[in-house]
Design a protein around this ligand. Sequence first.
Ligand SMILES: Nc1nc2c(ncn2[C@@H]2O[C@H](COP(=O)(O)OP(=O)(O)OP(=O)(O)O)[C@@H](O)[C@H]2O)c(=O)[nH]1
Ligand SMILES: [Mg+2]
Length: 399
Amino acid sequence: MKMKKYNAPSIAEAMKLIRDDLGEDAVILNSKVVVTKKFLGLVKHKSFEVVAGVDQIEEKPILPSLQNVQPFSSSYLQEQESVLSTSNIPNVESIKAPQDEKSTLPEELKKEIADLKLIMQSMQRMSTKSQYPDELLPFVDFLKEQELGEELITAISDELFVHSKNSDAKLQNLEMQKMTQQILKQKMEDLPIDGLSYEKKYINVLGPTGVGKTTTIAKMAARAVLEKKKKIGFITTDTYRIAAIEQLKTYAGLLQAPVEIVYNANDYDEAIKKLDHLDLIFIDTAGRNYKEVKYVADLKVLINFDEDVESFLVLALTSKQKDLESVIEQFDNFSIEKFIFTKLDETNSIGTMFNLMIKYNKGLAYYTNGQEVPEDMEQANLDTLLELFFKENVNERSS
Ligand SMILES: Nc1nc2c(ncn2[C@@H]2O[C@H](COP(=O)(O)OP(=O)(O)OP(=O)(O)O)[C@@H](O)[C@H]2O)c(=O)[nH]1
Ligand SMILES: [Mg+2]
């Protein structure tokens, strides 16, 4: 058996090196994580060392004698070249049988081409799927269904792979869950994950149209009054729609709290003075298309973002991750420490929460799971979030 040692930053990359070097019949004999330290041990670099081997077999020519074979026409070759150049992994289905050579090709060669096509199809399947052992694949698929980001999935799968190679027993689902939770925990443990700090007087709630800003403010305000016995008030800058003001006034009425409506920066200063005697002031903002740069700039002029303000960006989990990323980037220069995710009850996959928090280094204050005020909201907690990730259905998640 021919044996070789490979070193790569991820298992996927190591597998590629092995396949390229030793071929598809190579087997993994051993693997381990290697941590190297640089700069007096301050910087740690992780890589994977994989030992692979392959039985050496006598090479036999695959194709029969090609003496009588006519070459393919240059137009056919050009056509196939353009198919291959459009993607890294060629789509085998798109490689057509040569039309004009049909009559001149010997039967034997036609059969060889058909066989080659089958081999390529199976290689294509292998290259996309089986870089991990079979026992890991359903779990990797689950992570994908949860819409966890590709980088996170690779990091998790690599660790599981190394663990499975180094243990005699088959990895059980529960064990894989625990390891995944541990990996995500390591990546998130420095993020601020909890509810309102109750240390700042002003609470700004920002975000795109219809995500649940006003409803979430009502939920937070109700809890501040009922659970923390705080004296609260509201300011709304959403003066574009009568219904929006009425919506906030209804909630304020139930909590017997004052509401100030603010049209410009002067009104804002007045409102602040009027509500100065209160413990907490919740500021509701207009839902506007976040792509309107002017709206985001106007917000900055109107609302105070000084040190006595806690600002939250509200994002609905029913939106596409790419769109949520644009929103986050649009609000980049507002000092937002924590997200609030809404409409968890309307989705089955919550990987997006983890992706965004890790990518943008932001914490989480609450996630909401329904329209009822104040009950349909959970204060964020890292361990609960990690448990939630593996709960099977939305009803359990909403409890
Ligand atoms: N299913 C579900 N619906 C929610 C949730 N939170 C809010 N909603 C609903 O979403 C709709 C919009 O909520 P609002 O609170 O008015 O949203 P908004 O961000 O203030 O909207 P604009 O002020 O128009 O930008 C309402 O019908 C809410 O009841 C939630 O967690 N789950
Ligand atoms: Mg609103």
